[in-house]
Design a protein around this ligand. Structure first.
Ligand code: PLP
Ligand code: COI
Length: 341
């Protein structure tokens, strides 16, 4: 490693730390410029930018992992690049090409290599690509110009305790409309979730769970993560809905459950009234990794799955296999890993 940083890797949470370099490319007159790494972490944009007024922006989240031999690798960055294209299409922003997205991530990781946490610390380098509408504009219409950027932050667990069960409560709010922007990773969905999150935390829960916005009878999302449940029949069940963010971690776990753990994998409704069909449950996402769900509170009644304090055996196997693949200890399916060095 060229430089050293003085961080207590094992104590990291999910908070902003300024790293040395970020990548920026600007879109003007119908094309993206060549892009470059810059040191300044401030952006100067027009006061009339659509990202400030009309929420015309989207973002992604992925991680760089240190391997046992000191290498660094990315997990399925092509999937983040493709999802960002879907988000852009949903809110009328220009697509940033998949190969350029991956190249930008690789450049940012290499330039901040000394911030990639050591193997075995449980910490990783989180990458935050985003696109914002900028330039002078007043009416509700797409921006004349855009900025694509990627910055990096070393992070630990998103939920306190990491791989330890936490409790959730069902929210009375919706995070998205039935055919709104729930499947796109756009900032407005998250602004709409802040109050629901705050109310859940005030009541002692890690976060809230959203039900489907049309009928409020089926589980959709666990805060900023997807939901899965395990049945006594060795099934991996996860909700299917047009207003859920298609989680790359969730689709990876579906593959792992089927091919590594030989489980039956089913995407279907997870009715809150039948929540006790699950013997284990979890939240999954890039930031959340796998966070075991101890129990779910619904209208004052708590359903506990495996245990409020111990991780269930299937959740543990899923976690070990996923993290093993991400940090190079378990063989990955073809195309899942991009080596940075
Ligand atoms: N659902 C929401 C609302 C999210 O913000 C995230 C985070 O990206 C996820 C699910 C998990 O998606 P992924 O596994 O691609 O990180
Ligand atoms: C992620 O898991 O990458 C997320 O985007 C979740 C949250 C930090 C917004």
């Amino acid at each position: 490693m060229s430089k050293k940083v003085d961080l207590d890797w094992g104590a990291l949470g999910f908070s902003y730390i300024k790293t040395d370099f970020r990548y920026i490319s600007r879109y003007k007159d119908g094309k993206w410029d060549d892009g470059q790494l810059v040191e300044d972490n401030n952006l100067t944009i027009s006061e009339a930018s659509t990202s400030l007024h009309y929420g015309q922006q989207c973002f992604e989240g992925l991680k760089a992992y240190r391997t046992k031999d000191g290498g660094i690798q990315l997990f399925r960055p092509d999937q983040n690049a493709k999802r960002m294209i879907d988000s852009c299409n949903r809110i009328m922003m220009p697509e940033f090409p998949v190969d350029r997205f991956i190249d930008a991530c690789v450049q940012v990781v290499k330039a901040n290599e000394h911030f990639v946490p050591p193997y075995g610390t449980g910490a990783t380098l989180y990458l935050r690509p985003f696109i914002i509408g900028v330039g002078d504009n007043l009416g509700v219409k797409p921006a004349p110009e855009f900025i694509f950027s990627v910055f990096a932050v070393p992070v630990g667990p998103y939920f306190k305790g990491g791989m330890a069960p936490v409790n959730f409560t069902i929210s009375e709010f919706d995070r998205a409309a039935p055919y709104g922007t729930g499947a796109a990773k756009v900032g407005g969905n998250y602004a709409g979730s802040l109050l629901a999150h705050e109310k859940a935390v005030e009541r002692g829960f890690a976060d809230c769970i959203y039900l489907d916005p049309a009928t409020h009878t089926k589980i959709e999302e666990v805060g900023a993560a997807n939901f899965f449940g395990i049945t006594k029949n060795n099934e991996f069940i996860t909700p299917k809905s047009p207003s859920i963010l298609p989680s790359i971690t969730k689709y990876s776990l579906m593959h792992i459950a089927e091919n590594y753990l030989k489980m039956n994998v089913i995407e279907r409704d997870c009715e809150i009234a039948k929540i006790d069909e699950f013997i284990e449950a979890g939240a999954c996402g890039t930031a959340a990794v796998i966070t075991p769900i101890g129990g779910i509170d619904y209208k004052g009644n708590m359903t506990v799955f495996h245990s409020e304090t111990e991780v269930g055996p299937v959740t543990k196997k899923l976690y070990d296999t996923l993290c093993g693949i991400q940090s190079g200890d378990v063989e990955a399916p073809e195309g899942w890993i991009v080596k940075v060095q």
